[in-house]
Write a protein that binds this ligand. Structure first.
Ligand code: TNX
Length: 535
């Protein structure tokens, strides 16, 4: 009797360790208990939810579970085979969740919508990788190992920034990007909607920004150089997609823009996945196309960067644009850019000089800071909070602005900003610029880095909102190329932002990554293979 009991024990243990091997979640959850058995997803099962507040999460989960299985899975208020449970309806921002998988069913419980979608991300990753396929996959048994997971993030800002200005991404491509973000628990989508080369969001009051400003003849640098590289390297992912060309006034132009309806759709799709969208309308620099559309916005009407801050008409323009933006984006944070301003132009502008004198400002740095503060007051009046690139520090910044530390060669930005009481999003070029080239060391270097400075006091550390990667797209003309630049390093970043440092382990991450690469393949993501020399 004792003998057979031992055999049973060994059998059980081996089953449980095999099952355990299937838990390869990224980012690593804080606490995982692996149990015996599996849950099997089948057609005819249901997703229940206990509150109308999370009905949309149930619909999102149904999409995630039916896309590849082709199953018929219903959603309904009440209990289901899979139940989503909001523990305290109301305005709770605790992003933690509990995910319980047993052979009988699945329960995800959390204190708020974000917690529920975090649980959904983990559940997606417990099923076979093929679940992420965009088409129906036959012959697969859709099991998830029995587990109990209790989990919560270290940082509440886990962001990715996309630049559809330098090269355009359609609504459909943007939504796919958001769905991949959700799978790895990214929760902030920073949408860089305007820049020197184009304006991508339709503004009713200034239609020329998109009728003219969204289209360009391919530029000698970022377009033609990328295309010649495509040819010399025989790499079609570097070719400008033909679908983004139109004949405008008899000329072949490249571009595209989002209608306000499309913007709303992207914001809704993101919200369903627990992602807040932060629009960036870059001011006062990076406005070459803006001043081409409306030369009265420039110094001396010369149609050049930056915006002229000496004229009231520029403020009227800025406020009108932002007022339309506020109606489209419900999130409290909005981003004013503020980077790389050619401030010297203001030295030679009579209107600007007059203004600088009147306001008693010391120099052009203080002049930009004065503009940013005025805009912040306008944002605040509209219930919004201002964010900007770290140049907004120069000339003085208000304490309520959030600073994006991006300049890796200014290593003290986080230290200085938090010492002044400003909140910081950490995204230095050193690790977080996903437009920068990769080699075989990049992933490990990112994973093992201290991205957030370690020399902050605990009060200062509380002001670090979190971590973000920026995907600037000068040299990234297609979705496939973008995915090559972003994956799998976004998974490493996701873990840096979610998992406590003491639980981060490069060797353990690498093991989980091999399962995740299957998931990325199934999703059709053109990720960068680990062992490759391709740049
Ligand atoms: C700097 S980061 C920029 C962008 C470029 C990027 C290229 C920042 C605030 N400004 O305009 O696209 O470098 O890596």
């Amino acid at each position: 009797m004792k003998y057979s009991f031992n055999i049973l024990l060994v059998l059980l243990l081996s089953v449980s360790s095999r099952v355990g091997a299937a838990v390869n979640i990224v980012p690593q959850p804080t606490h995982v208990d692996e149990n015996i058995g599996v849950f099997t997803l089948k057609s005819g099962q249901s997703i229940g939810y206990n509150s109308a507040q999370i009905a949309s999460a149930a619909t999102y989960l149904r999409t995630a579970l039916t896309r590849a299985t082709g199953f018929n899975i219903s959603t309904r208020q009440g209990k289901g085979t899979i139940s989503l449970e909001l523990l305290t309806p109301g305005d709770n921002r605790d992003e933690s969740y509990t995910l319980q998988v047993t052979p009988q069913g699945v329960t995800i419980s959390a204190f708020c919508y974000s917690g529920i979608v975090n649980g959904i991300a983990s559940l997606r990753q417990l099923f076979p990788p093929e679940l992420e396929s965009q088409t129906i996959q036959k012959g697969i048994t859709w099991t998830a190992p029995a587990v109990e997971i209790q989990d919560q993030p270290v940082y509440h800002w886990r962001g990715l920034m996309l630049d559809p200005v330098r090269h355009f991404y359609s609504v459909e491509e943007t939504k796919r990007f958001l769905d991949h973000m959700a799978l790895y628990k990214f929760n902030k989508f920073h949408w860089h909607l305007t820049d020197g080369q184009a304006w991508r969001i339709h503004i009713n009051k200034y239609p020329k920004l998109t009728s003219f400003g969204a289209w360009r003849k391919p530029l000698p640098d970022i377009d033609q150089q990328t295309e010649s590289r495509a040819k010399s390297e025989n790499n079609p992912t570097l070719l400008l997609p033909r679908k983004y060309f139109r004949t405008i006034d008899g000329e072949e132009k490249y571009g595209g823009f989002y209608t306000q309806q499309e913007v709303r759709e992207v914001v809704r799709y993101a919200a369903q996945r627990g992602i807040d969208v932060v629009p960036e309308i870059d001011m006062p620099g990076h406005n070459w196309i803006t001043t081409q559309c409306y030369p009265w916005l420039s110094c001396g009407g010369d149609g050049n960067d930056p915006l002229c801050l000496g004229k009231q008409s520029t403020f009227d323009f800025a406020e009108n644009v932002w007022s339309e933006v506020f109606r489209l984006f419900p999130y409290e944070y909005v981003h004013i850019g503020g980077d790389e301003v050619y401030r010297n132009r203001w030295q030679r502008c009579a209107d600007c000089q007059k203004r600088i004198k009147e306001e008693g400002l010391k120099d052009v740095n203080e002049y930009q800071a004065w503009f940013t503060k005025k805009m912040e007051q306008f944002f605040n009046k509209n219930g919004r909070k201002l964010m900007g690139w770290d140049e907004i520090l120069e000339g003085g910044v208000s304490q309520t602005a959030t600073v994006y530390w991006w300049r890796g060669d200014h290593p003290d930005v986080a230290q200085k900003s938090t010492a002044m009481g400003n909140e910081v999003v950490v995204c230095p070029t050193t690790y977080c610029y996903f437009d920068y080239g990769q080699d075989n060391q990049t992933l490990e270097r990112l994973y093992t880095a201290n991205i957030v400075p370690t020399d902050l006091t605990s009060e200062q550390h509380c002001l670090i909102k979190g971590i973000q990667a920026n995907i600037w797209c000068e040299w990234i003309p297609t979705e496939a190329r973008m995915q090559f630049m972003v994956f799998p390093r976004a998974l490493a970043l996701a873990e840096k932002a979610w998992t406590p440092t003491q639980q981060q382990s490069w060797s353990n991450f690498k093991q989980r990554l091999s399962d995740q690469l299957l998931r990325l393949s199934a999703a059709g993501i053109n990720y960068r293979p680990l062992e490759t020399d391709i740049k």
